[in-house]
Design a protein around this ligand. Sequence first.
Ligand code: SF4
Ligand code: SF4
Length: 515
Amino acid sequence: MAAVEHWIGNPVSRALLRFVACHDECGDRLSNAIDQYLGMDGEVCWKCRLAGKLVGYTLDKSSRIFGVSSEEIKKGLAEPVFKRGLMNVLNGISRYGITRPQIINAPFLVVWDFTHRCNLACRHCYQNAQAALPDELDTTEAKDLIRELAGAGVVVIAFSGGEPLMRKDFFEVAACAKDYGMYVALASNGTLITPGVARRLKEAGIDYVEVSIDGKDAASHDTMRGIDGAFERSVAGIRHCVEEGLYTCIATTVTRDNYDEVPAIHELAQELKVTRLICFNFIPTGRGVEMAEKDVTPCQREELLRFILSRNGPGRFPEVLSTAPQLARVAIQGKDPEGVPVGHFHLGAGLSGKTRMLADFIGGCGAGRLYCSIEPQGNVQPCVFMPITVGNVREEPFLAIWHNAGVLRQLRDRELLTGSCGSCENKYICGGCRARAWSYFHDLTRPDPGCIRNAAIWDEIEREASHTRAWTTPWLWASPSGAGETYLQWEGESAAVTPQSGSAPAPAAASAKTK
Ligand code: SF4
Ligand code: SF4
């Protein structure tokens, strides 16, 4: 990493990057430069050709550092999504320099809660979804937003909700994202995915379908989902997706209720032949505030993360991941310290052995740094699980919000972390889940109480809860130091807290993502 920092982060390299990362009469010079590197013909000026040489030199040197051949890099870049991702990183370095962790020019991933409407009533729903909001972005606004996000350099758009398939214009808007070369994901409860819908998803070019399964059987899943028969329909939806050859993932929100069922859910994932199983951290927010006492203990989470890592390896399926950023810390303490899952952005087996280096660069919580979410009415948040509104796309350009919002800038700076996360040697590859810090302490800089290293803090939370008999009481929000409102004072800016329904008095960050 030091070599990368020295080589790309020095002032001369950054000046050259700024020369490359600009627009002129030829269009996007960086895009033209990559095309030149790939040997594509095109009428471009001498500046674009020079930029092509610089980018080629940079990529060839990078490929040697990461132990990948130039041919592999070129093959990857032929995919529009990889090209978009690389442009995003290089534009980010030209703007921010090499940072640890790296800040990029636009989020890699935007999760768009496409509608508040849902046909289930899940107990842990971060959106508290039910009926559509009266002011959701309409089809024209939705397509305008897609155009804006694509222009900003966003690589992946994930339609979430509510249940995205409840909106009649889902396929029209998703097709628009595909037309702009984006990687399109759908997070669904699966109950509406009939064979015909799965075929349409395939024909529309949807790249990734994630269906939530929260129990090993109907008794467990339907209790969590609030509707009898949900399990059967969700499993059928998964089968239809797999039959269509869609990249299909099962997402499981792990709580004390289903913790013991994770091995059985893993077996179910194998039986259904999905490509990935992802275990979502439970974070008390939305309706999840009402069941905060179901959060697993740090010991349980640690065991779960070890289980997850033990189920991965060459030739094993499905790939198993977690949204808990501590997964990277557990991995480096394990058998293969170099093969570190890079947060929510697992890079796959191809880079095994090099991911430790990348984890230092891009790892850990990505909220506000690699990723953000957008609510149905256009509110931008750092993470779906963090109900802090930092702007609205109806009122401001998306990139202006991304670059300027104080909360996002705070989240990008791990030096601001306090307590054990602040002093932790793993803060660059982990950093703790900032939504959990917000949920429990109403302070983005405090430690994530779900980590085994913060077990003493967790014990204090449990002790307090047993005294007050109220897990939903945000007992630490009124921090004696006043640190609990840190983000509000960021350079004189303020941010609105999105109201959540439920008994909690004000905010509360997110529960695990649930569809
Ligand atoms: S806040 Fe938590 S859920 Fe959100 S990106 Fe960070 S680690 Fe993931
Ligand atoms: S102390 Fe914080 S940064 Fe360190 S591993 Fe735990 S959650 Fe991650």
